[in-house]
Design a protein around this ligand. Structure first.
Ligand code: HEM
Length: 446
């Protein structure tokens, strides 16, 4: 440490952001954006730790997104998507109407449950129950952001507002703590007990290693002794690893699905020559990456990196030990020098320039703290040069299933945006979210 007051460096260019994310002496320490609920949902989990402890935990997690695991997920995903679509009820006029947000949420929850290792998740009721508990956990993480002046608070004193905000947050946290206990009783405990019994049988030589489930709870059981030696260990940590994974994977994919659908509806209206490509996975992978680049689906708040040592970046910027670097993931993907002059519009045929290989911009962060779900969401291998054994990505696969079922906009019920937040304090560009996204499936029903 230098002893001087640490400076803040704002990074906006794609190449510098990429370099900062990869730089080993610029560390992400904790999450920092959810000050109230961290201790019972996120504390000590993969997303919250750094350095050697993070490297060890990341290695523990690696089998969840290995090529073998992703191939298993792909083999399961296709039939599961088809079952979900076939189960959609037809309206009185015989048409099948649905909401992309709800449909994609159910699919994302089913994927999250499979990765975590929750049992008996075939029924929609169990999925919805998991979603309800997940919503309450996430609401506590966002409580400090979502508090708006309650009715009757206009003109209230700063003290009264602070008091109302504290009460609002306290209620969200109490609800989330109840939800966490329900998650433990209804989902985690039975799943863990089954896996502990299986691991015991495997250790006794009664079953093969390959017969163990490939999920997070199994990894938490098999790595129990190692986890107990970690600085972040307490008896509740394994539960929090599950609540963290649920929170990280749930609404991100479903919101991204709405953005891709919206972008593709607009694109094909203006480019009818691409309509025939709506079931072509290479095209859909391009579209998903481009849509993720344009629309941030994660928390738009500042992401910080802390300098452990002095470092000089390629452009000459000197960052000294104790300084912090401020990043906005939604901004790095809007660098016209890298993505071209039409950077603010959706173009699935956008050419890659330079060598960053980030067609999705900074949607998944980067470096050692890159999103664990990256390959799961967008696929492994390149958009065009994917090999037969590459995973094609749950988002493109979901889009392929939806478009193959004849998805089109519902002319009577336009999609409704939910809210707009700014990409960064200095960036007037708005980030769009969706409240509802009604569609019709012409290929389903009578
Ligand atoms: C469209 C979908 C998704 C997007 C855009 C996304 C984006 C991100 C971003 C930006 C981060 C870094 C957060 C930060 O720096 O504070 C992150 C971390 C993470 N994501 Fe995702 N995510 C998605 C889906 C998923 C899924 C499906 C999973 C499930 C496995 C997942 C698991 C994680 C985990 C475990 C981390 C923490 C990684 C670490 O710190 O080592 N994400 N994600």
């Amino acid at each position: 440490m230098t002893g001087r007051e640490g400076q803040v460096h704002e990074v906006r260019s794609a190449s510098e952001m990429d370099e900062v994310l990869r730089c080993p002496v610029l560390e992400k320490r904790g999450h920092g954006n959810s000050p109230h609920a961290e201790e019972f949902v996120l504390a000590g989990t993969l997303i919250y730790i750094w350095g050697d402890e993070h490297r060890r935990r990341r290695r523990m997690y690696a089998p969840l997104v290995s090529a073998v695991a992703l191939r298993d997920i792909e083999a399961w995903l296709g039939p599961m998507l088809q079952r979900r679509l076939d189960a959609l009820p037809a309206s009185a006029d015989g048409r099948v109407r649905a909401d992309v947000l709800t449909l994609a949420r159910d699919v994302s929850l089913a994927i999250a449950a499979r990765i975590i290792g929750l049992d008996d998740m075939e029924s929609l009721e169990r999925l919805e129950r998991l979603g309800e508990l997940g919503d309450r956990l996430v609401a506590s993480l966002k409580a400090h952001l979502e508090f708006e002046k309650a009715p009757g608070m206009q003109g209230a004193s700063p003290e009264a507002l602070a008091d109302a905000k504290a009460r609002f947050i306290a209620i969200r946290i109490a609800e989330a703590k109840t939800a966490k206990q329900c998650f433990i009783d209804e989902f985690y405990r039975p799943a863990r007990a089954r896996r502990e019994a299986l691991v015991e049988r495997q250790r006794a030589g009664e079953i093969e290693q390959a017969q163990l489930p490939k999920d997070l709870i199994t990894l938490l059981v098999t790595h129990d002794a190692q986890l107990r030696t970690e600085p972040s260990w307490d008896e509740d940590l394994p539960v929090r690893e599950c609540t963290m994974t649920l929170a990280a994977s749930d609404h991100t994919t479903s919101m991204a699905a709405c953005h891709v659908v919206a972008d593709l509806f607009h694109w094909t209206a203006a480019h009818p020559e691409d309509r025939g490509r709506l079931t072509d996975l290479a095209f859909l992978r391009r579209a998903c990456n481009e849509s993720l680049r344009l629309h941030q689906v994660t928390d738009p708040a500042t992401n910080w990196r802390h300098a452990r040592e002095d470092v000089t970046l390629k452009n000459g910027r000197r960052v000294e030990a104790g300084d912090r670097v401020a990043l906005w993931y939604g901004v790095g993907g809007m660098d016209a020098d890298y993505y071209g002059a039409d950077v603010a519009s959706f173009n699935p045929w956008r050419a890659e320039s330079g060598n960053l290989r980030r067609p999705y911009g900074f949607a998944f962060s980067g470096g050692s703290k890159v999103c664990l779900g990256l390959a799961l969401v967008v696929g492994s291998g390149g958009e065009e040069d994917a090999r037969a054994d590459d995973f094609r990505g749950d988002l493109p696969l979901m889009m392929q299933a939806f478009f193959a079922a004849g998805m089109r906009p519902d002319p009577e019920r336009p999609a409704v945006p939910r809210s707009h937040v700014h990409a960064s304090p200095a960036d007037a560009r708005e980030i769009l979210m969706w409240k509802t996204f009604p569609v019709i499936f012409d290929g389903l029903g009578k």
